[in-house]
Design a protein around this ligand. Sequence first.
Ligand code: GLV
Ligand code: GLV
Length: 325
Amino acid sequence: TQPSILVARAVFPETLELLSQHFEVDSNQADTVFSKAELIARLQGKWGAFTTGSERIDAEVLAACPDLKMVANMAVGYNNFDVPAMTARRVVATNTPDVLTETTADFGFALLMATARRVTESEHYLRAGQWKKWSYDMFAGAEVHGSRLGILGMGRIGQGIARRGAHGFGMDVVYHNRSRLAPDLEAACKARYVSKEELLRTADHLVLVLPYSAESHHAIGAKELDQMKPTATLVNIARGGIVDDAALARALREKKIAAAGLDVFEGEPKVHPDLLAVPNVVLTPHIASATIPTRKAMARLAADNLVAFHQQGRPLNPLNPEVLA
Ligand code: GLV
Ligand code: GLV
């Protein structure tokens, strides 16, 4: 008999079809967001799970589901997984890197442009019927081409944004990361390594693309916002919690920085009410990887990870390969 899996959220019908060739599939096409108790109830007795960023796989869930062998996340980020707890229980964890890199970098740039050039703020003004006449400084924004692009977190997506800035917009690209890129990778995206302090102090546009962890929690708070230029824009396409949203709303209100573009939020899908109350912020509902081809590729890769582990004992994108040893 085939092992059983839970597909925890709605997915493409073709993904379910593929999975059904290999597994007994318990799906959730109604797309209910499970409470922890509901998740445990649905996961008990299952061999594997296909999750999105919204299911938290922690020690409590793992203890209640001793049959679980693998969880495949349809996301590159995996802060919804307690990986050490999964490793301790010998549960394989996988994510979906690479297939979303360029699409997500495109969106990072879209948010940077929209924020710097006040695209949504000016559209709201127009739609509200407030446009009565042209004026010389109406919605004057910040220059993008030729300015300094700062990137915090220089993984694959960060490098994609750097390439777009350097080659497409003639930007001076600086970055900070836990470790420095190899010289050939730095050369490919024309990026220069600087300290976090120099990054904050000198960037005209700062894009956050680092993974969320205890270490990166509130990496941008009141103190960091104070160090930024009053003309700077801040873009977060990484994870909620990397920015202190209350401190950011205050900085935007007090014009400590010019503007922000946010695709991710602390406690999303809730958004801090103070952010909703300031005009100089562009807000999107966690859609940086959202194109149909990319979402299909992510779903396919998450499914392929489950199939590969089932068939060959080795998934394609293991996050805790020590479990396989
Ligand atoms: C989306 O946020 C992802 O991590 O893939
Ligand atoms: C994260 O995995 C990235 O590709 O930046």
